[in-house]
Design a protein around this ligand. Structure first.
Ligand code: ACO
Length: 332
């Protein structure tokens, strides 16, 4: 089992999205908005929305099976599963349910929450276990069903989010390391910019003792603040990861950002002096799928043959927390 000092390679990917598609035209019938407003401000046209039979675990299992198959291994080869999500089917965690669904019965599975940064945080976490030689094969999942927590009367947020799942397989390799650099950050002083928070009510229990009962409230967001934060911090995070990797913008083949807003992706590319043609974007089809957005866009680009083995990818997630992160890796 011990393989200390191993490098890692990302050898498989997969993704899944619910069948139903919610268009900008549909949204214009629900709130006061228009296709023109949504597409010009965000780049979004459609998003996939889960019905009550399409659980986060089931979508994730499909993505995992595809990733395992592309990597050429079997579910019982998997040692570690990390599920990045803010919307588990079960607040105790959904990773072990996914483990059972795919039959990865040798693995240990747990959830990690870092909102839209979750996939990159989970990828970096998984690679640490491989670098130290503890595990050889890890499955990293980014999945969210944020439509469960959207206020469908709030046009500021309901037009933005969609549902989906994506997964990658990371494997130990004896020589070289295809994770070239990374960076991770959080700033809790800006926590109030983006929330899906629990609201409690006091409930008498016995004598002088009260307990609380409540539920999570729909997503609230200060869009302008998050926009400014992303355009400011994401280039910095990628710059730091490039520095660790001893790379410059000219070495990057693909910019793979959290799909929150096409304007954010364009502004980040401009700041980094990376041509727009190198941005991997599928935001028009999926909207913001939170932790799923990066592996979903990666999987599509790999299956379309755009991303090829050996290509250098600069990925960056950002979102609630606030959190942000970057990972630079060679595909395949
Ligand atoms: N349709 C029509 N008008 C709208 C809509 C809508 N859907 N939503 C807002 N408006 C209105 C506003 O009410 C406002 O009207 P007013 O000027 O009369 O007050 C006007 O449009 C402009 O609103 P802004 O908020 O200034 O619009 P902006 O250009 O900033 O775009 C957006 C809003 C798209 C949300 C942008 O700020 C953004 O993308 N922010 C970043 C979001 C993000 O990156 N999130 C990532 C993390 S997600 C996570 O972690 C879970």
């Amino acid at each position: 089992m011990n393989n200390a000092g191993a490098g890692i390679a990302i050898t498989g990917c997969g993704s899944a999205a619910p069948k139903a598609i919610l268009t900008n035209e549909h949204l214009a019938r629900i709130v006061e908005t228009s296709d023109d407003w949504i597409s010009s401000r965000t780049g979004m046209k459609r998003r996939h929305i889960a019905n009550n039979t399409e659980s986060l675990s089931k979508l994730s299992a499909i993505a995992c099976q595809q990733a395992i198959s592309m990597a050429g291994i079997t579910p019982t080869d998997i040692d570690l599963i990390i599920l990045a999500t803010s919307t588990p089917d079960d607040l105790f965690g959904s990773a072990s349910n996914i483990q059972a669904l795919i039959g990865a019965n040798r693995a240990v599975a747990f959830d990690l929450t870092a909102a839209c940064s979750g996939f990159v945080f989970a990828l970096i976490t998984a690679t640490q276990f491989i670098h130290t030689g503890v595990y050889r094969n890890a499955l990293v999942i980014g999945a969210d069903v944020l439509s469960r927590w959207v206020d469908w009367n709030d046009r500021n947020t309901c037009v933005l989010f969609g549902d989906g799942a994506g997964a990658v397989v990371c494997q130990a390799i004896p020589e070289g390391d295809r994770l070239l650099g990374f960076s991770m950050y959080s700033d809790g002083s800006k926590n109030g910019c983006l929330n899906l928070s629990y609201q409690s009510q006091s409930q008498p229990l016995v004598a002088d003792l009260t307990t609380q009962s409540g539920t999570y409230q729909p997503i609230t967001m200060n869009g302008k603040e998050v926009y400014r934060f992303a355009v400011d911090k994401v280039p910095e995070a990628i710059g730091k990861a490039m520095f660790h990797a001893n790379l410059t913008s000219a070495d990057i083949d693909w910019l793979l950002l959290h799909q929150a807003n096409q304007r954010i992706m364009d502004a980040v590319a401009k700041r980094l002096k990376i041509p727009r043609s190198k941005i991997l974007s599928n935001i028009s089809e999926y909207g913001n799928t939170s932790a799923a957005s990066i592996p979903l866009a990666l999987d599509e680009a790999v299956r379309q043959g755009r991303v090829k083995p050996g290509d250098t990818i600069a990925a960056s997630g950002f979102g609630a927390g606030l959190t942000w992160s970057s990972a630079i890796f060679k595909w395949g």
